[in-house]
Design a protein around this ligand. Sequence first.
Ligand SMILES: C[S@@+](CC[C@H](N)C(=O)[O-])C[C@H]1O[C@@H](n2cnc3c(N)ncnc32)[C@H](O)[C@@H]1O
Length: 221
Amino acid sequence: MPSDRFSPCVFAAFCAALAQLDGDPLDVLEIGSRPGHLALDVVGRCRVRSYVALDFSDAMHQLARGHLGEMADRVTFLQRDFRDANWTVGLGLFDAVVTMQAAHETRHKRHLVPTLGRVGSVLKPGGLLLYCDHYTEVGSNKNPSLYMARQDQAGSIRDAGFSDVRTLHDEGGMALYAARPLRIDHLGCHRVPAVELRPQFECGESPDTQFMAPSLAIGAG
Ligand SMILES: C[S@@+](CC[C@H](N)C(=O)[O-])C[C@H]1O[C@@H](n2cnc3c(N)ncnc32)[C@H](O)[C@@H]1O
């Protein structure tokens, strides 16, 4: 099983990407929020108006409330199963959907594309998917029916209806990607969103102000 101890760099990479979104304070949805490690960083460090923490486990939501302390008042805890085809119904639209180490919980990697496809339906135009999960590697003991190979992750995000897929961080057998939902224009053509996200981020610097030097940047796909 993959480790549950996350590097602070991965949280900082999430926050750096959210900091690049324009406009008002952000409406953010997290899928598979567990005890709220990611929520703690995003709510505490990013420009967040609303944060919906979606998890099917009430026990996890209780843990998260304790972990978040006073910050829990700024979080809506939603009990829903993302394997359910209707899990997005009534959620509204978000500037960003974030997920970390949860997408493999669909119990088979073939469910990833339809699950992410539904994520696209709750993103505002110009919104951002930040998807982070483990991948299989030679010599790792990760279950290959649950986890994708590293080289298949970006393609699956594209297959789910996203474009401009960028790797923002890759550490400890887990990669973080940013992607924009493709929109269909009035002629029925796919339109790549105009807003370009800089993938650069340097761990150890403030995510609000500093980004990775070009030599360290992780590229597309
Ligand atoms: C490893 S944790 C994610 C860690 C979390 N992102 C954090 O920052 O603390 C995976 C979470 O996904 C939740 N989960 C698993 N399957 C789910 C499903 N089908 N629907 C909703 N939540 C699910 C589990 O309850 C668990 O809390």
